[in-house]
Design a protein around this ligand. Structure first.
Ligand code: B16
Ligand code: MG
Length: 223
C-alpha cells in the first residue's frame, strides 16, 4: 500500500467546525446552577470531547454529588440538559462555521480527499444540517453506535474503516485533549485547534483559519 499519502481528514465538530461548545457550557451551567453545584468555563474545559453521561458525572463530582442521584435520576438530569441544549443549537446558522473551515473543506473536496466527521455528540447531524455543510462530508460517524467515547480511538477508527484506509493516511482535527489522545490511539496524526494549554500533545498546533491542505501535507511529510 502506498503510505504517506493523505486520503482522509477526520474532523471533530464541537470546537473545530463550530463553537457549539459554548452552548454545551450554557446548558450544563443552567443545570449546575439548579443543582447548586459550582461550575465555570475553566471547569467546562474538562468536558470538551467527553460524552454526555461522563460530563454529568464530572459536574456532579465537582459538587461531591455523584452519590446523591440514582442512575434513573442521572438519566433524567442528562435528558434535561440535552433538551435545553437542543433549544440553544436551533440558533446555529452557516455564519457560525469557524473561520477557515469552509475554505479548507473546499480545498479537500477539490483534491479528492475524503472528509469525515468524528463527533461523539448525538446532536452532530443536526448541527451539520444547521451549518448547511452536509454535502462536504463523505461520512458522519454515528456516535450512538460507537462502543467507547474519546479518548478511546473508536470513532476515528470507524471513519478510517468506512473508507478502508490505513491510519497513516488519515489526519484528525481536534480541539480537546481527549480528542487528541483518541486520534493518537487510532495511530493517526493530530492537528490541534484548541486552547494551547490543552493541545500540548498535538502534532501540529494552529488556529482554524490557518488550516490548509499544503500546511497539513508539509507538517506531516505527506503527499
Ligand atoms: P451530546 P465533539 C462532544 O462533541 C462535546 O465536545 C462534548 O462537550 C459533549 O458532551 C459530547 O460531544 C456529547 O454531546 O450531548 O450532544 O451527545 O467535540 O466530539 O464534537
Ligand atoms: Mg470538540
Amino acid at each position: 500500500m502506498e503510505k504517506n499519502k493523505l486520503k482522509t481528514v477526520i474532523f471533530d465538530l464541537d470546537g473545530v467546525v463550530t463553537d457549539s461548545a459554548k452552548y454545551h457550557y450554557l446548558a450544563w451551567k443552567e443545570l449546575a446552577d439548579e443543582l447548586k453545584i459550582p461550575f465555570d468555563e475553566e471547569y467546562n474545559e474538562k468536558l470538551k470531547g467527553v460524552s454526555r453521561m461522563e460530563s454529568l458525572e464530572l459536574i456532579l463530582e465537582n459538587g461531591q454529588a455523584c452519590d446523591k442521584y440514582t442512575p434513573e435520576e442521572k438519566e433524567e438530569l442528562a435528558f434535561r440538559k440535552n433538551e435545553n441544549y437542543k433549544e440553544l443549537i436551533k440558533q446555529i446558522t452557516p455564519e457560525d462555521i469557524l473561520p477557515g473551515i469552509l475554505p479548507f473543506l473546499k480545498e479537500l473536496k477539490e483534491a479528492d480527499i475524503r472528509i469525515a466527521l468524528a463527533s461523539v455528540s448525538k446532536n452532530a447531524p443536526f448541527i451539520v444540517h444547521q451549518l448547511e455543510i452536509e454535502d462536504y462530508f463523505d461520512y458522519i460517524a454515528d456516535a450512538a453506535s460507537v462502543p467507547n467515547a474519546k479518548p478511546f480511538p473508536d470513532i476515528f477508527l470507524a471513519a478510517r474503516d468506512e473508507f478502508g484506509f490505513d491510519s497513516s493516511e488519515c489526519v484528525g482535527v481536534e480541539d480537546a485533549k481527549t480528542g487528541i489522545e483518541a486520534i493518537h490511539r487510532a495511530g493517526m496524526k493530530a492537528v490541534g485547534v484548541g486552547t494551547p494549554d490543552q493541545m500540548t500533545e498535538a502534532d501540529l498546533l494552529i488556529t482554524t483559519d490557518q488550516l490548509s491542505l499544503s500546511g497539513v501535507l508539509e507538517a506531516f511529510q505527506m503527499r
